[in-house]
Design a protein around this ligand. Structure first.
Ligand code: NAP
Length: 248
């Protein structure tokens, strides 16, 4: 299997893309540490699905925007799984508003989870990976990091920040055998997008070369590739998993 004897921390693994990533990595042999923030019953469902595959899954409730909680997340991962070979920074939130209606708290809420949270998790993971001189980090960015999207200044800025974090960190730690990449999903069918008005969804699908939404499993397959040695000479890259979305 691709990830035999590997261990992975996946943030926001209770549902959506995070759950699909957890299952994809577990199916290839990784023991997984499943982080979530508030939705314990969904997180337990992900854990049960991993266990049904014969895998090992540890659940850790933690708000990744908080330094102390991220430290506890990684401490638990190491004490339960022994190490962290793979980190998938997937947890994310949206709080869409036009800028003139955006409060500073709306801005901070999105930046603190989507960007600061990823930074805090990268820092903890790198400390562990440096000791082993190996590791793979995959950050979940978004197509809007590159295209922008009206109503999502906070979200697009955070996701563009993740691209800068990915490319810079890849240069910092590449010489120590650690790779850092990102995926930039387009319109993926999850809780995050289910409230989108039908006209917005139709417009996005029309702008997508493959003329359909993507599934969490299709994002997870790209994450699996970047997490595994199949991508051993790839670092600092952003892979679009967007069905050929030209603009939002
Ligand atoms: P989702 O279904 O809304 O799930 C979000 C996940 O993030 C949940 O597991 C949630 O935990 C967790 N989370 C949120 N804030 C957190 C925090 N502060 N600490 C820890 N966990 C937190 O979202 P999704 O659609 O699967 O999105 C996953 C990632 O892909 C996000 O980064 C998103 O921005 C990105 N993305 C999604 C799309 C899309 O079309 N869906 C497109 C591009 C990029 P709880 O369940 O406990 O609340």
């Amino acid at each position: 299997m691709l990830l035999d004897a590997k261990t992975a921390v996946i943030t926001g693994a209770s549902r959506g893309i995070g759950r699909a990533v957890a299952l994809a990595l577990a199916r290839e042999g990784a023991a997984v540490c499943l982080n979530y923030r508030g939705n314990e019953s969904s997180a337990r469902q992900t854990q049960a699905e991993v266990e049904r595959l014969g895998g090992k899954a540890v659940l850790v409730q933690a708000d990744i925007s908080r330094e102390d909680e991220v430290a506890r997340l990684f401490h638990t991962a190491v004490s339960e799984l022994g190490n962290v070979d793979i980190l998938v920074n997937n947890a994310g939130v949206t709080l869409d508003r036009l800028v003139l209606r955006m409060k500073e708290s709306d801005w901070n809420a999105v930046l603190s989870t989507n960007l600061t949270g990823a930074f805090l998790c990268c820092r903890e993971a790198i400390r562990l990976m440096l000791k082993k001189k190996s590791g793979s980090i995959v950050n979940i960015s978004s197509v809007v990091a590159l295209t922008g999207n009206a109503g999502q200044c906070n979200y697009a800025a955070a996701k563009a920040g993740l691209v800068g974090l990915t490319k810079s960190l890849a240069q910092e730690v590449g010489g120590r055998g650690i790779r850092v990449n990102a995926v930039a999903p387009g319109l993926i069918s999850t809780d995050m997008t289910k409230e989108l008005p039908q006209e917005v969804r139709d417009r996005m699908i029309a702008a997508t070369a493959l003329k359909r939404e993507g599934s969490p499993e299709e994002v997870a397959d790209a994450v699996l590739f970047l997490a595994s040695d199949l991508s051993r000479y790839i670092t600092g890259q952003v892979i679009g998993v967007d069905g050929g979305l030209a603009h939002v």
